[in-house]
Design a protein around this ligand. Sequence first.
Ligand code: ADP
Length: 699
Amino acid sequence: EKNYDSAEYYLQKSYQLVREKQQTGNLNLNYLVWGKIKYGREEYDSARYYFQQGLESALETQDLKSQKTYYLNFVKLYKATKDFQKALEYQKKYTQLSDSLATLKAAEQLNTLAIEYETQQKENQINEQQLEISRQKSRQIMLGGGTAFLILASIIGFLLFQNRQRKAQIALELEKAEAASLREMDRVKSHFFANISHEFRTPLTLILGPLKKLMSGSLEENPRLYFQLMKRNAERLLQLINQLLDLSKLEAGKMELRLEKGDIMAFFRSVAGNFISQANAKNIHFDIQIPTDPLITAFDADKLEKVVNNLLSNAFKFTPEEGKISLSISQRGQNLEISVKDSGIGIPEERLANIFERFFQVQSDPNREVRAYEGSGIGLALVKEIIDLHGGEIQVESQLGEGSHFRVILPLIEQGEMMESVISFQPAISGLEENQPVLASRSNPASNAPVILITEDNDDIRLYLKTLLQSEYQLIEAAHGREGCEKAQARIPDLIISDVMMPEMDGFTFLKTIKNDPRTSHIPVIMLTARAGKQSKLQGLNIGADDYLAKPFDEEELLIKVRNLIEQRRKLSQKLGRDIVRLSPEEIEVESADKQFLSRVITVIETYMADENFTIEDLSQEVGLSRSQLHRKLKGLVDQSPSVFLRTIRLKRAKQLLEEKVGTSAEISFLVGFNSPAYFTRCFREQFGVTPGEIGSLG
Ligand code: ADP
């Protein structure tokens, strides 16, 4: 009670503060405290006032608890003022509010419960969800793990794949490289087989051909020629096979030097002597410089002979007639120098490094794999191997078109290492080992027999062809393409038989030249080839070869082909001769070179048409041929001699003029260069089967 004043004081302050700050809630509490103070001071009216203010503000703010408190304070106040009706009234309000508050509380509790329940539910749900989530997560993890695993697996797989791919790539590249080297090996091999088969075919042709002839009993000439031919070629085969065997022995390291003591200079003289006949036959100046003093040393004669033989054979093979070859042997300290020098075709600089390779041959035309010379490409490889075996050295210098110089340096073997046996060498007999037999002159062909040109560098093949053809045909021979061209142009043969591999000018170039020259373009050509390969066959046929024969060829086949081609050509020329009368040169179906030639001849004839003094001599001069060339060309092409051809063209023009009614028969006969109308009429009737008068009247 005593402190009501100070309480009032602070309350006052707090009231002011609350008012200033407009804090309704606290204002409400202030009224309650004011009212209680007033009630304590028994200032019941003021207390009622404050309780009333506080209740209103509590009602305003719907503060049920405060309302309940005011109701209770009113009950107390009205009890104190003895207004029991009011006190009961507020008691009821208080109870009501209390009940509603309880209900509210219960509801609240219920609500809370519900909320709790719901919360729990929610929580459960959440838990459930979380569980689900975690389950999902774990599944996801598993899944993710799976994915990760998959990714990892893919990466590993990819790496493995990449690795495999790289390996495959490497394998592929290896395979490619292998394939390339196999292809290269294959190419070298097939190149080698093509060459080697050529090397075999030529001698085989010359063994089998004569043998068949001998067996058939149809031989009329001296059989000795055939035996010699066969023997020579069998020896050539043997030599070739020995070379191949030597090479494989060397390759396998199975070849050993078999040293024997002897005079090495005498040995060289003997080997060189074997070439003298060849030098004579080819008109080659063969210079041999070998010291006359004996030099006794140990050496493998068999192998050294191969060295010198190969070097000299090459020199002779690649040196044209009238050339120069020298062999010189000299001792230089502990070495022996063998030098083989020729004035032949030489070796291109870029090829020098390769010539000691096995099966290597310099191509005459690198684009066409045409070789001018026969050979296997074994010789120099063998030479090199043998020299290596001797501990020696081989060097080559060469200038294209000038010649080649091979130098071998061999260390001389110390006396102490020598074996005791001494071998001696007989100087070789010089001159022809076998005299070339003269062919029997029994079967001279008729002077009007068809002329055949044989272009072949192999003497034996040429000889053999000659024996086959000489009884039926007149023959011309050429040893290589260039000579063949010259002879073909000069003589205009009826047929040409040509080899493919020839020095100076190979067969394909020769064929092309023949087919493009208007003088020779009509001549049928048979190519002889060792390469039975389709490619070289097609190559030849493309250029215009009329037929092909592969070595070893059959005698009968050759004769049939020759006969057929000459007959075909004759029929064609007869047809062309008839066409000349009917058609203009453009309409005549011939090769372009022939067409050119015909047009030229006809133009010249037409220019001089009215000139009765125009002779065949004049015509041949105008077209740039000799009289006989013109004769053979026109005979070959249109089966007419130049004079018949000239008359044909004149008559043809006369017929045309008659048809155009340019003049009388006599006038026209002079216009076309006939000096006698009677002769004109006779020729005209022969040519066209009617008289000029009949044409005129018909027209
Ligand atoms: P082949 O049997 O072809 O003659 P080789 O091994 O003896 O084989 O010669 C290889 C190649 O070297 C020959 O095909 C030729 O092209 C070239 N050759 C060798 N010797 C000479 C030479 N003296 N002159 C020109 N070329 C030569």
